[in-house]
Design a protein around this ligand. Structure first.
Ligand code: ZN
Length: 240
């Protein structure tokens, strides 16, 4: 774990969720000099292709490519993420440790059942980490992020805001293709076909980025849903 204070913390149910939903935003935030961390809630060990070991190696490669400042894995169990007090406490500990202003998490409702469960789990943990007495035996300063944003995954959801990722789109795709067992990288990989392993999935993915970009009259975008209204002070309209 890094001791750096992260302004932005990205959390995903599976290794590759954050890259797919928000790697363009991460690349742009890194260009602006921000420290960025990712927490994966599971090892993705239930995926039809790859193993916990191969996915760990792929996630390490993607982390290096994105120049992340920290990446942790809580190993909560793939395809069995539950919103339990124990899991909320584990995430609250991470929130108190990293003290992010903004947390990004999975889509609130999606094709993979873990995504919705993970989203609510993270929302609840972000609230609870602000309570001094919640699972805080070492009396670490409580911390509650200013806002939590959901990245948009398989199901289309109308975004609250869109980040223009046109300038980093090619780099985003390189980060995603670090997960060689999961996606089509030019040649057929061993293992069964999955809903995301075909060349057609990458076409869909490209279309989604184009669709999000269109909403803000840019070529490619990443859309996000804000859990709470966005504070207008954070839109850089006003001189401080
Ligand atoms: Zn996932």
């Amino acid at each position: 774990m890094s001791s750096k204070q992260l302004k932005f913390l990205f959390i995903g149910a599976h290794p590759d969720d954050v890259e797919m939903g928000a790697a363009g935003t991460i690349l742009r935030l890194k260009q602006s000099g921000h420290w960025i961390g990712i927490i994966d809630l599971t090892q993705g060990e239930m995926g039809s292709r790859g193993s916990a070991e191969t996915r760990k190696a792929e996630s390490k490669e993607a982390s290096t490519f994105l120049a992340l400042d920290s990446r942790d894995n809580l190993n909560l169990g793939d395809a069995k993420i539950e919103n339990t007090e124990n899991n909320r406490a584990k995430i609250a500990e991470q929130i108190r440790s990293h003290k992010p202003d903004f947390v990004f998490c999975n889509a609130p409702k999606d094709r993979h059942i873990d995504h919705g469960y993970a989203a609510q789990l993270v929302l609840d943990a972000c609230f609870l980490s602000g309570l001094r007495k919640f699972h805080n035996e070492n009396d670490i300063a409580p911390h509650r992020p200013h806002n939590v944003f959901h990245y948009i995954q398989d199901y289309y959801i109308e975004p609250s805001f869109v980040v223009n990722i046109t300038s980093v789109y090619e780099e985003k795709m390189k980060a995603i293709l670090c997960y060689k067992t999961q996606f089509f990288t030019g040649s057929e990989q061993p293992g069964p076909q999955t809903p995301i392993s075909s060349p057609e999935f990458l076409e869909f993915f490209n279309g989604r980025a184009s669709q999000m970009g269109r909403l803000i009259s840019k070529r490619y975008g990443e859309g996000f849903i804000a859990h709470q209204p966005i504070d207008a002070e954070e839109m850089n309209w006003f001189d401080n």
